[in-house]
Design a protein around this ligand. Structure first.
Ligand code: SF4
Length: 299
């Protein structure tokens, strides 16, 4: 998002990027407006907090960090076609990040240091996940390598529906004849967010003629044991999901439109006034996992 200073403390907001929709943005918007401000609306944050917000944005909770590094090394192993080389590189990055865990991991930044045995356990479970992935890949995907049409490292993609830009990024997608298989690696057993898979299905239904392709999602759990589940959605379920996106998008857009009007008015300290409009959640369990809690409640 970009704002242009008009005179003094009045702003014109260009919020195109802020209203690009994603499942994650929808969740944060509904969880806590203040967190939404910190995460997505950097130009509305006052100079006294800006640097701290940027610093805290870089923190990741331990589970999320572990999930992301495993996903990255899955991609590296496919790219270099070797799990052994990937594991060697993984070991170096794992230790160099966790040796500076106070700067990278939310829990450590907020005063819960990692013990050596915890680090060892996280390392061992990550290696099991990567080895399980490689076993699954060799059995099911390697022979279809030429049919891979998307990998994690290709980055965030944009889909446009009803004039809404929607962001998504599956882990790996294979297209074989009229079948599109979307693979998702789970590094722990957690409850599935079906909207994640509806979004992927919607993206590939939009990309290809819906009557000419069959779309499936395969959810591959890599830890504690290797397990594969398959899901697919009816056209009706996808249409209902499009309505859900549209409702969510309008809610975010209307809120930002109101902010746009609001920022045209005179305030002695506009940034403080803006912050009050982005209310903090009252749900302490959301706050307990939030990387920005230092700004709301101190460290
Ligand atoms: S600590 Fe709580 S109130 Fe503050 S931004 Fe995070 S979720 Fe919102």
């Amino acid at each position: 998002m970009r704002i242009t200073r008009i005179p003094q403390n009045k702003f014109e907001i260009n919020y195109t990027n802020a209203i690009k929709w994603s499942n994650n943005k929808h969740r944060i918007y509904n969880d806590c407006k203040r967190k939404f401000l910190y995460r997505y609306l950097g130009s509305l944050i006052g100079p006294s907090e800006k640097e701290k917000v940027e610093r805290l944005k870089g923190l990741k909770n331990l589970k999320k960090w572990q999930g992301e590094i495993i996903h990255r090394y899955i991609d590296i192993s496919i790219n270099i076609d070797s799990i052994d080389l990937a594991l060697e590189k993984f070991k170096n990055e794992f230790h160099s990040t966790l040796n500076n865990s106070n700067e990278n991991i939310t829990e450590c930044y907020y005063g819960i240091p990692l013990t050596n045995s915890q680090m060892e356990q996280i390392y061992n479970t990550s290696v099991i996940s990567l080895k399980n992935f490689w076993f699954y890949y060799q059995q099911n995907i390697r022979k279809l390598k030429e049919n891979i049409i998307f990998r994690d490292s290709y980055g965030i993609q944009t889909l446009r529906i009803r004039e809404i830009d929607i962001l998504y990024k599956p882990d790996l997608v294979v297209k074989k004849d009229d079948e599109i298989i979307i693979f998702d690696w789970k590094t722990q057993e957690i409850e599935l967010d079906l909207n994640q898979f509806k979004l992927y299905s919607l993206a590939y239904l939009t990309m290809y003629h819906p009557k000419k392709v069959i779309i499936k999602s395969k959810i591959v759990t890599l830890y504690p044991t290797l397990k594969e589940d398959e899901i697919s959605f009816s056209r009706q379920a996808i249409d209902e999901y499009i309505d859900f996106i549209y409702t969510s998008y309008l809610s975010i857009k209307n809120f930002l439109d109101q902010m746009r009007i609001f920022t045209q008015r005179d305030f002695e300290n506009l940034f403080d006034e803006i912050k009050q409009r982005f209310e903090k959640t009252q749900n302490t369990s959301i706050c307990s996992k939030c990387e920005f809690k230092e700004l709301c409640f101190g460290k």
